[in-house]
Design a protein around this ligand. Structure first.
Ligand code: ATP
Ligand code: MG
Length: 441
């Protein structure tokens, strides 16, 4: 296995690995050259967590995307017929994008580029920043070969953002916002010439040419950022947030809500089965302090559809019943609070934590994050089998697990004693251990 394939596989979650295998299999069968590109490559090489998988194929990407979706029961979230890309969500939650390797020719800024099929090299040279223009071959004959025509890997090492061309920000001015977003997220420096290009493009007012839908895509990226408030602050410094809505300035950025949300996020135990619609939740926080007129401007400036607006506009209404339930005296036992919350979508629970002024609701939510979820995660299959005599393949096993979790939460049974520690090995004879052989010399 090549070094890069090894690094990749050790970086991916089991779910992402399964998606990588599925897409590779479909591309191999269709005889298409497939590459891992974009953010996935940047994040892998830069040591950041890989968020979603970006694939590029030399050939009919839309057909491959449909094929992959059909075989794997994945949902096609969006397609761009013009740019020949499709965004997919797999049943295991992994998101990926499948794009055709393409060349884009820009007539004038912000206008639709002329798109034509291209090789992976041509495609990479047409991207925004060098660190986003690295590909890894996933083809049988060259699997694990890195393609890096603009030296992105060394910019990554130097932690520097460098535009690929001198016209990058003019050709497609959404890159002005992308530059600031990546800079804020990764804490990278901007290469001197790119910074000069940025100032020139701003002086020429290039951001005025950003199409509404490109603004929406960027807004969605923003809402999916791990720390949106950092990026918001950076965009505000450069007076770029008003592009979304004139009201998005200063204190309206709701720093208090984002800080509280970050605190809640830190309480969620690592690996807990807790899925959150971050787009809905962060968009709620971002727009919470806007007036109806300022919100209307946001919808208009991004040409946001009802399906795109509903998740955050209707989020608050969804938590009313949950708050009433969590306030009620009916929940006298820990297991009852746990049951009331375990099937509720994460964005509702977190919003309730943000908004509820009720002490009892806050306490119950804190207990859910810091006590009940960790206890539930501790219950192993072996423990359930020992208590119930059932094995995981039996239909009643899930119920038995719920009963065991409830018993543990309510203190009716204790955590099983850990297995005894193995005897420590005898110390190595003097001078013969690792140290003796000079590993640390
Ligand atoms: P994120 O981690 O936010 O998903 P990303 O780099 O993956 O970041 P995407 O918007 O998912 O960003 O795009 C995937 C890749 O497509 C980018 O890494 C970049 O190579 C390319 N790309 C996206 N938008 C543009 C653009 N406007 N101009 C040039 N290349 C772009
Ligand atoms: Mg991406």
């Amino acid at each position: 296995m090549s070094d890069y394939m090894f690094i990749l596989e050790s970086h991916l979650s089991p779910e992402q690995s399964a998606v990588l295998t599925a897409v590779q299999a479909a591309a191999a069968e269709a005889n298409l050259s497939l590459f891992l590109t974009g953010g996935a490559m940047r994040d892998m090489l830069g040591g950041f967590p890989i968020r979603d998988l970006d694939f590029t194929v030399e050939g009919p990407a839309a057909k491959l995307a449909k094929d992959v979706a059909k075989r794997n029961n994945a949902q096609i979230l969006s397609t761009d017929e013009h740019r020949k890309t499709a965004e997919l969500q797999f049943p295991n939650g992994v998101m990926c994008e499948i794009s055709m390797a393409r060349q884009e020719k820009y007539g004038k800024p912000g206008a639709r580029p002329q798109v034509s099929p291209a090789t992976i090299h041509e495609d990479l040279r047409g991207r925004d920043f060098t660190i986003n223009a690295i590909a890894l071959s996933l083809n049988r004959a060259s699997r694990g070969l890195m393609v890096d025509p603009t030296n992105g890997a060394s910019d990554l090492e130097r932690k520097e953002l460098r535009a690929i061309s001198n016209y990058s920000l003019y050709d497609d001015p959404i890159r002005i916002l992308r530059l600031i977003r990546f800079k804020a997220r990764m804490g990278f420096e901007v290469h001197e010439r790119t910074m000069q290009q940025f100032h020139n493009a701003r002086e020429a007012g290039m951001e005025k040419y950003i199409p509404a839908r490109a603004l929406f895509t960027e807004l969605r990226h923003l809402a999916l950022e791990p720390s949106p408030s950092e990026v918001l602050k950076a965009l505000e410094e450069f007076k770029l947030l008003q592009l979304f809505s004139p009201g998005l300035t200063g204190a309206k950025l709701n720093p208090g809500a984002f800080a509280k949300l970050a605190k809640a996020k830190a309480m969620i135990p690592f690996g807990a089965p807790f899925s959150v619609d971050w787009y809905a939740l962060n968009m709620f926080c971002l727009t919470q302090l806007l007036t109806p007129k300022e919100k209307a401007a946001l919808l208009e400036n991004t040409k946001m559809s009802k399906e795109e607006a509903d998740p955050w506009q209707k989020l608050e209404a969804r938590i009313k019943k949950l708050e009433a339930l969590l306030k009620s005296a009916k929940l006298s036992k820990a297991s009852q609070t746990f049951d009331a919350l375990k099937k509720v979508p994460g964005e509702e629970i977190l919003l309730l934590f943000l908004k509820s002024a009720e002490r009892i609701v806050q306490d119950r939510l804190k207990n859910y994050f810091t006590k009940y979820m960790p206890t539930a995660m501790e219950v192993t299959d072996e423990e359930v089998t020992e208590a119930s005599g059932l094995t995981p393949d039996q239909p009643k096993f899930a119920k038995a697990r719920d009963e065991r979790i409830a018993a543990r939460l309510d203190g009716r049974v204790r955590k099983p004693a850990p297995p005894p520690e193995p005897e420590p090995p005898p110390p190595p004879p003097p001078g013969r251990g690792m140290l003796g052989r000079g590993r640390f010399r």
